[in-house]
Write a protein that binds this ligand. Structure first.
Ligand SMILES: [Mg+2]
Length: 296
């Protein structure tokens, strides 16, 4: 069965707005016998959260066809030798839930050393001495064996400090993705890569990255489809040359760039190597003009 993997944001919807022909394109592919997957670098929501969103938007799908970077990270950890036993997550609770779901223990966000400063140290920067004394005086638990970093909208200094302590003590260092930016309604916020970079600087270590442009996310989808990782027909549809198209090529898939999303104006002109798309379309209807989808 041929496999189509869709990036979601900027391809099938933008915020709460469904892209023209998104529902029709997915239905048409499913009717023509394609195994349709949804993939996202976002690690803050679980697959069930995404299923709810897809259902609300009328795009169909089921939990087995959704791959998030949090989910792929959990399965990467599960296969890692030695398998992690004690994970510290700097990220959202969706990421903790996905890792716990594969039977790996994850520390509670609330138990992080330094997360509850006393009132004298809590006011932002007013008394750095008080905050330093609080951090220095903490009773520290044994470091975790693995640190996993994703997008954390509640990042504080103490979290970076705890990740630094663990990694310097020898913990494995994994990140869900390295996205520079987090596009939300009408503006950009810093992406998970911003936080990963801070911890890399603090430790001199380099994180193993799971999300796009690395291949793990799409590999997980292909594995779920029961297909061999090499060979077979796999097409990726995404709006980013640097993330979607590079990852597509790393799993041997055809990379289709759609320019309706966040595609930067000069991305096509400046793309080189693995980032050069095999096909470029400007609307989802155009998928069916491509030879890959002939007869669908
Ligand atoms: Mg996208």
């Amino acid at each position: 069965m041929p496999i189509a993997i869709f990036d979601m944001d900027g391809v099938l919807y933008r915020g709460s707005q469904v892209m023209p022909y998104a529902k029709e394109a997915l239905d048409r592919l499913r009717r023509a016998g394609w195994d349709v997957f949804f993939a996202t670098n976002n690690s803050t929501a679980t697959r069930l959260d995404y299923l709810r969103r897809l259902t609300t938007l009328g795009l169909g799908g089921d939990v087995d066809h959704i791959v998030t970077s949090g989910y792929a990270t959990a399965h990467y950890l599960e296969r890692r030798i030695p398998k992690p036993k004690d994970v510290l997550v700097i990220g959202a609770d969706g990421l903790r839930q996905e890792i716990r779901a594969v039977g790996i223990a994850v520390r509670d966000a609330d138990a992080l050393p330094g997360i509850h400063p006393p009132p004298a140290a809590a006011a932002d920067g007013v008394d750095p001495g008080a905050m330093r004394r609080y951090l220095v005086g903490l009773e520290l638990p044994p470091p975790p064996d693995t640190v996993v970093v994703g997008l954390d909208l509640h990042l504080v200094y103490a979290k970076i400090a705890e990740a630094q302590r663990a990694i310097l003590a020898g913990a494995a260092f994994v990140c869900s993705n390295r996205d520079r930016a987090y596009p939300v309604e009408g503006r950009l916020l810093p992406g998970a890569g911003t936080i990963v970079a801070a911890i890399e600087v603090a430790t001199g270590a380099k994180a193993i990255c799971i999300g796009k442009p690395e291949p793990f996310l799409f590999e997980e989808a292909i594995r779920r489809a029961g297909a061999p990782l090499a060979g077979g027909r796999v097409v990726v549809v995404g709006d980013s040359t640097d993330y979607d198209i590079v990852a597509a090529h790393r799993v041997g898939a055809v990379g289709v760039l759609i320019t309706t999303g966040l595609t930067e104006k000069d991305a096509l002109d400046t793309a080189s190597g693995d980032a050069v798309p095999d096909r470029v379309i400007h609307a989802l209807e155009e998928l069916f003009d491509l030879p890959e989808f002939a007869g669908a």
